[in-house]
Design a protein around this ligand. Structure first.
Ligand code: PMP
Ligand code: GLU
Length: 414
């Protein structure tokens, strides 16, 4: 029988970041050394006290289903985690624990969006936003931002993009893939403009602890009392505590919305992983010094990457990332050049050739709605970053200006 996939299954693309990471794994398995700067996940082990809490949870028999919205202790601890660090003052029943921030984001979209609704996504955007919105039947409306404006969506651009069908806007500061951190004033203006239009604001704050001064993090829901009822605050343990594989994230939102999302989650996954929830409990209630140690190391890597890219002709990294662990590099000056007798047409080709020629694995900007750029994740050791960036420099230097008479399809001699 012929397989006829659903409309959703036919339109959804695989996550470009996960695909790039999988490709690197595959090449490494063949014995190649890959300078893999594709996937955005901390390379540190999960801190020991968190791992131990997971062993204890298993030994104590916490291996069964939990309440759909998460164990009460973790919801209370996350509520306290917010209260003790400047708010918002979420009560435990205003917190939903999900299987990663990705799942938390999907729950929000599933609970708020109907087919035909429009969702504003400032570009460059994190890869999954577009497809997640499409999965709900809503229309992703991409609103471009410019490097000259620091890749920030302005209140005016938001107003211009609104229609009577606009339901919500996705805000992500610090941003994946640009590292952009909005100032509190910019965020206030933007989110109040959204509030005035009656929009929901989904604030993805997964990189909230990875901030490089003078950038300053502020939680959207604390900017104005009126925002509290219109903002969904998404975060989790993946990046802050090097816990990507444990799959615990959460959303803070008004109680009724949390209940609706818990209903969806109860039918969809049952509950987040029990053992991981106890590990996350240890993460948010335990010693926080590991967070600052990792942040400091990421800051050193950020500085190394900025210095190295500044020395590579034809690459540009502006503005300097103020948070997260990504460098979003402009490669437009390399496009049209020749590599192995072929024209380097776009950012996708740039990444393919960089992998092929110097084994450096990056993600094309077009996956983030920004062609002409590539994303480098600096969640890798400084040694690996330095060696990989040296190779990238060699790759760029060996690109030849295109000769007009050259046949595009000449043989690949490599
Ligand atoms: N939001 C952004 C901006 C991300 O980069 C990621 C990637 N991890 C997520 C959400 C999802 O995080 P999690 O691993 O908790 O699902
Ligand atoms: N957020 C990470 C990234 O952008 C992890 C990959 C993913 O979840 O798609 O690389």
């Amino acid at each position: 029988m012929q397989l006829v996939l659903s409309r959703v299954a036919q339109t959804i693309r695989p996550s470009a970041t996960l695909a790039a990471g999988a490709l690197a794994r595959q090449l490494k398995a063949q014995g190649l050394h890959i300078y893999d700067f594709s996937l955005g996940e901390p390379d540190f082990p999960t801190p020991e006290h968190i791992r131990r809490a997971a062993y204890r949870a298993m030994e104590q028999g916490h291996t069964r289903y939990t309440p759909a919205a998460g164990i009460p202790e973790l919801r209370a601890a996350i509520s306290q985690w917010y209260r003790s660090s400047g708010g918002p003052d979420y009560s435990a029943d205003e917190i939903l624990v999900s299987s990663g921030a990705k799942h938390a984001l999907y729950n929000v979209l599933a609970a708020l969006c109907d087919p035909g609704d429009e969702v504003l996504i400032p570009a460059p955007y994190w890869v999954s936003y577009y497809d997640m919105v499409a999965m709900t039947g809503a229309r992703p409306i991409v609103v471009p931002t410019a490097a000259e404006q620091g890749f920030k969506l302005t209140a005016d651009a938001l107003r211009a993009a609104c229609t009577p069908r606009t339901k919500l806007v996705l805000v992500n500061s610090p941003c994946n893939p640009t590292g952009t951190v909005y100032t509190p004033e910019e965020l206030y203006e933007l989110t109040m403009a959204a509030w005035e239009r009656g929009l929901w604001i989904v604030s993805d704050e997964i990189y909230e602890k990875l901030i490089y001064p003078p950038a300053r993090f502020v939680r959207v829901a604390t900017l104005d009392v009126r925002l509290r009822e219109r903002v969904c605050t998404v975060s989790g343990v993946s990046k802050t505590y090097a816990m990507t594989g444990w799959r615990i994230g959460w959303v803070g939102a008004p109680k009724e919305l949390v209940q609706a999302m818990a209903n969806i989650q109860s039918q969809q996954t049952g509950c987040p992983c029990s053992v991981s929830q106890y590990a996350a409990l240890a993460a948010v209630t335990g010693d926080q010094s590991c967070v600052e140690q990792m942040r400091q190391e990421f800051e050193k890597r950020r500085d190394l990457v900025c210095r190295a890219v500044a020395n590579i002709p034809r690459l540009a990294l502006r503005p300097t990332p103020g948070g997260a662990f990504y460098a979003f590099i402009n490669v437009q000056a390399c496009l049209g050049a020749e590599v192995n007798g072929q024209t380097l047409t776009d950012d996708v080709a740039f990444c393919q050739w960089a992998l092929h020629k110097v084994q450096v694995n990056l993600v094309p900007g077009s996956a983030f709605g920004a062609p002409g750029y590539v994303r480098l994740s600096f969640a890798a050791s400084r040694e690996e970053l330095q060696a990989g960036l040296d190779r990238l420099e060699r790759f760029v230097q060996e690109l030849r200006p295109r000769c007009p008479s050259h046949n595009r399809h000449s043989a690949d001699s490599d």
